[in-house]
Design a protein around this ligand. Structure first.
Ligand SMILES: [Ca+2]
Ligand SMILES: [Ca+2]
Ligand SMILES: [Ca+2]
Length: 190
């Protein structure tokens, strides 16, 4: 008699990202999410055989900022761990980190079963915002050009250019003459 215990989801967690810098994900970076099951599971696409189709495999919805995004199945079968991946798009931002709602795993016409053919119960708990996976796709911009001091005997002035953009504060300092300063102001303050 084959065993009749359905696999269940033990945990869901964001497990890795590519090209992550300073805990800030940028456009094009990949986020991986791992769903771990109570026993080894087998995944199929929508024809019920293997995972060779381009569609019809399970998905896992993550929340980037306030927007639901679909992470697609990328690996794991005959395994307790299934890995899903999402690529951060330009314009996405999440200041406190990516989160995952309860029951975000979906079959999407595929199947998740154990070796005995028992279908998995795919309900799971929510995952709080993970501050290790913040998202910042905002491009730094010049917020102000300030003349901070000048010397009376020369035609040069010091300048500071603060840049806005979370985690990208930068300053440029140097000396320019009056015509260069006008050029900087024309370029950045319009
Ligand atoms: Ca089982
Ligand atoms: Ca197939
Ligand atoms: Ca968030």
């Amino acid at each position: 008699m084959t065993e009749q215990t359905d696999p269940t989801v033990s945990s869901v967690a964001i497990t890795s990202s590519s090209e992550q810098v300073y805990s800030q994900l940028n456009a094009g970076d990949n986020v991986s999410v791992t769903a771990t099951f109570s026993e080894s599971v087998i995944v199929t696409d929508d024809d019920g055989i293997g995972v060779d189709n381009a569609s019809g495999t399970p998905t896992l919805t993550i929340v980037v900022g306030s927007t639901n995004r679909t992470a697609t199945y990328v690996s794991g079968s005959a395994s307790t761990a299934l890995v899903f991946q999402y690529t951060i798009q330009s314009g996405e931002n999440d200041t406190n980190g990516i989160s995952i709602g309860a029951d975000s795993l979906a079959l999407n016409s595929g199947t998740i079963r154990d070796a005995s053919g028992n279908y998995a119960t795919i309900t799971h708990s929510s995952v709080a915002a993970n501050s290790s996976y913040k998202v910042d796709t905002a491009v730094p911009t010049v917020s102000a050009v300030l003349i901070t001091s000048s010397t009376s005997n020369t035609d040069t002035s010091e300048y500071i250019m603060p840049y806005s953009g979370a985690s990208r504060a930068a300053y440029v300092m140097g000396r320019v003459d009056a015509s260069e300063m006008l050029h900087i102001c024309d370029s950045h303050l319009q």
